[in-house]
Design a protein around this ligand. Structure first.
Ligand code: UDX
Length: 488
């Protein structure tokens, strides 16, 4: 006879999410975290103490308050001296420091959470691909561990081949002359899954070193050789239609790879736990209203934003300013407060305001997804960070690509050559080139118009991937089930 005693509720699976502490990583991680929470997981989201402080200053305590909803935030140190500057940290120093202090911090955190007993025991870990060492800590503690690589699939494929580039003698570069003598145009067609015609210059810029012990080169090799294969699975913020060839090559090496992107409103609607946000700067509230003012001319505004890490010289900023002024389109230009190198004093050039006569809005930070989704936005001058690229594809907005570093150059090449949504702007673009490139991007005919048509096609495919029945939607559900079963 069945017992009439009430049975204890089974404990929820408890996932610990540990993003690399930079804007382009915490954003997709928070979306993934909300998606997992919506599917019944208890979530612990781990920020560094530094980023926690920044979020608190930018957003207040609400950014961490999910009520009694089983969604909590914890912090670990990042290994760098504490600071209350609201600026992007030195990525190289951060990489080294987190690797030094991260393993003990993560172990200590899991032990503390389990000892506290006010939540189900931690049952699985999703760590950033850039923090692959977490996999080994989790394994030592008997926990399943997945790695979420936040860059593109094509970028990740390039990283997976860094060891081959070294073994085959392409990297490190022989000497400084290789930066300018055409060496970077060497084809790398032998990389299975890469787009045809790929060159060394299209691979993440961390190969552009003459030092065999270069920090980013060696860290990336280790992550791909040792950490990724030790993980129970790999997550990528992309979708199968977009990167089929690269994903085939990735899955040949790492079969349990889940493509779950684009992680956008379908996966984590802004209305779900809305106060929980990951934006390290406070967005300027004027942007959407200003775009509304241009909504009659759909697609007329060029949006300019180089992400959270790019730094440029004051001279380059002047060239952008005059190029935008001459191009004629209305523009929304985000100039991050820490964007100009040694440029505490950089200001818009004299006479610029008069030259653009109310045609431009310049702000320090914005809600980028809202800007890209706005019907007035018709083109995006971007550094091709992966989130920006994907958010632009999802919104159907073509790109003017001006990559800064890492796999942004790979994303740029794919955007221009493979996906047909991008035009590339020369690295040393002066004002005339900026003007010409913006005019071409925003033009009603020619290459810009062709990129706009392609972007509209990718918008449909991107949305279909995360809609019920789509590849990313199915992969997310499969991932959820795998993790829930792994519950200890
Ligand atoms: C980059 C890229 O993530 C990555 O491809 C590369 O490997 C290293 O770093 P980032 O410069 O932050 O990071 O660019 P991006 O990936 O585009 O992420 C920026 C995020 O911040 C996006 O989600 C974007 O929507 C958001 N953002 C940016 C805003 O919300 N407002 C802004 O004003 C600017």
């Amino acid at each position: 006879m069945a017992s009439s005693e009430p049975q204890p509720k089974p404990a929820k699976p408890h996932v610990l999410l540990i993003p690399y502490p930079a804007q382009g990583h915490v954003n997709p991680f928070l979306k993934l975290a909300k998606a997992l929470h919506a599917r019944g997981f208890h979530v612990t989201f781990v920020h560094t103490e530094y980023n926690h402080g920044r979020l608190l200053r930018a957003r207040g305590a609400a950014a961490f308050d999910a009520g009694d909803e089983g969604f909590r935030f914890e912090t670990i140190p990042d290994g760098l001296p504490l600071s209350d500057l609201d600026a992007t940290q030195d990525i190289w120093a951060l990489c080294k420091a987190t690797r030094r202090t991260g393993p003990a911090a993560v172990r200590g955190l899991v032990e503390r959470l389990n000892r506290a007993g006010d939540a189900p025991p931690v049952s699985c870990v999703v760590a950033d691909g850039a923090m692959g060492y977490v996999v080994h800590v989790a394994k030592e503690m008997g926990l399943p561990a997945y790695l979420f690589f936040t860059p593109s699939g094509c970028g990740f494929l390039a990283y997976l081949n860094f060891d081959q580039l070294v073994k085959r003698g392409y990297v490190p570069l022989k000497d400084e002359s290789c930066f300018t003598n055409g060496y970077l145009d060497t084809p790398v067609d032998w990389i299975a899954g890469m787009l045809p015609g790929a060159r060394l210059r299209d691979l993440p810029t961390f190969i552009r070193t003459t030092d065999p012990d270069d920090t980013m080169l060696t860290i990336n090799i280790k992550q791909c050789e040792l950490d990724s294969p030790a993980a129970d699975g790999i997550l990528l913020n992309t979708f199968d239609d977009l990167e089929r060839r690269a994903l085939g090559a990735i899955r040949a090496r790492l079969p349990n790879t889940f493509t779950v992107g684009p992680l956008g409103p379908e996966v984590a609607p802004p209305s779900y736990l809305p106060s929980l946000t990951s934006s390290l700067w406070r967005g300027d509230d004027r942007c959407v209203a200003w775009l509304d003012g241009h909504a009659e001319a759909a697609g007329s505004v060029v949006y300019v934003n180089f992400g959270s890490i790019t730094v440029v010289t004051g001279e380059q900023m002047d060239e952008f300013a005059w190029g935008l002024a001459a191009a004629g389109s209305p523009f929304l230009w985000v100039v991050r407060p820490d964007m100009v190198r040694d440029g505490g004093g950089w200001a818009l050039p004299e006479g610029f305001a008069e030259a653009v006569a109310g045609r431009g809005l310049t702000v320090g930070w914005c809600d980028q997804e809202a800007v890209l989704e706005h019907p007035a936005t018709g083109g995006f001058l971007s550094h091709c960070g992966w989130n920006s690229t994907l958010e632009s594809l999802r919104a159907g907005v073509p790109l003017l690509c001006w990559p800064f570093f890492s796999e942004q150059v790979t994303n740029c090449r794919y955007a221009c050559e493979e996906w047909g949504v991008g035009l590339e702007m020369p690295r040393e673009a002066g004002r005339e080139e900026v003007e010409a490139a913006v005019r071409e991007l925003m033009g009603a005919e020619g290459r810009g118009a062709a990129a706009r048509r392609k972007a509209a096609e990718w918008k449909e495919k991107a949305r279909a991937a995360v809609a019920p029945g789509g590849s990313s939607c199915a992969n997310l559900e499969r991932f959820v089930q795998e993790m829930a079963l792994a519950k200890c």
